[in-house]
Design a binder for this molecule. Structure first.
Ligand code: CP
Length: 310
């Protein structure tokens, strides 16, 4: 049993194994028992989303409400950044209104860290460029743990655009810390030069399907690719996607995961996103519990309140 001390969550690499497990345990408690703790009444969380988001933005807003916080939601188009105000000045202005915590999504790696150095309140990274997406990682870990009972001996293959994916970077780090076996597969143009220690590179999707219990498909991130890295989306689907034919060869225990948004017919055949093996909506549901846990821990730490974990 330890005490949670961090008021910012920028990257899962900043968390110890105990802290990672502590967040997952608290999220599971919220899922099983509801929110029985003293709510963070009177606190406000600002959701600053400078990049499009359906899941993360709405899930953080729902999570904040569930733990008793008010929310202040704004996007790039509706903020004065479009008139030239800097991100740092915007955060200061918002904090002066009495905001206690910030969730930041931005296309620039390091944006959340920058804000955390400027404001007094808590900061959660909602995804920064190619760098990190810690709450996506936590909700994925929660879903895998819930379906597998733990991480020992769990084999996870991450398939697709590893190079541009903050989801892949965070997931490789989180799974590595918790002792799962991790491998990647994807086009050579979408592979980083080096992989984290212990992460294997597989020859292709057939090898991944023969090896892993969890097949984690990444979205093709055309918005982060400066030039075309694949011949066509159709060819990508045939080579690295879960086609209807491959879906037919899934083993009973295998799980399909995807961070969303899913490009049906690209990473996953149209029907496979809804098949019995898919855990995609379970991931989304778990995202609310994980973000409740994250906000509860970060805001409590920012106010000097002790919360036990573990
Ligand atoms: N997975 C994820 O980050 O989805 P959104 O872009 O919809 O938030």
């Amino acid at each position: 049993m330890g005490k949670w001390k961090k008021k910012h969550l920028i990257d899962v690499t900043d968390l110890s194994e105990d802290e990672l497990s502590g967040v997952l345990d608290l999220a599971a408690e919220f899922k099983e028992k509801g929110f029985g703790r003293e709510p963070l009444k009177g606190m406000t969380v600002a959701n600053m989303f400078y990049e499009a988001s359906t899941r993360t933005a709405n899930s953080f807003a729902q999570a904040a409400r569930n733990i008793g916080c008010a929310t202040l939601n704004f996007s790039k188009g509706s903020s004065s950044v479009s008139k030239g105000e800097t991100l740092g000045d915007t955060a200061r202005v918002i904090e002066a209104m009495g905001v206690d915590g910030f969730v930041i999504r931005h296309s620039a790696p390091g944006a959340a860290k920058l804000i955390s150095a400027i404001v007094e309140g808590a900061v959660a990274n909602g995804g920064d460029g190619r760098h990190a997406h810690p709450t996506q990682c936590l909700l994925d870990l929660m879903t895998m743990r819930g379906n597998n009972g733990g991480f020992k001996g769990l084999k996870v293959a991450i398939i697709g655009d590893i190079l541009h994916s903050r989801v892949a970077r965070s997931l490789m780090a989180g799974l590595g810390k918790l002792g799962a076996e991790v491998a990647v597969a994807g086009p050579s143009t979408m592979m980083p030069g080096t992989l984290p220690d212990g992460v294997m590179r597989l020859g292709g999707i057939e090898e991944a399907m023969g090896w892993a219990k969890v097949l984690y498909f990444l979205r093709i991130q055309l918005e982060r690719q400066g030039r075309p890295l694949i011949a066509s989306l159709r060819e990508y689907h045939e080579t690295y996607g879960l086609t209807a034919e491959r879906m037919g060869s899934l083993k009973r225990e295998q799980l399909i995961m995807h961070p969303g948004p899913v490009n049906r017919g690209v990473e996953l055949a149209a029907r496979s996103a809804d098949c019995g093996a898919a855990r995609i909506l379970e991931q989304v549901a778990n995202g609310v519990y994980v973000r409740m846990a994250v906000l509860y821990l970060l805001l409590s730490a920012a106010k000097g309140r002790e919360v036990s974990i573990g």
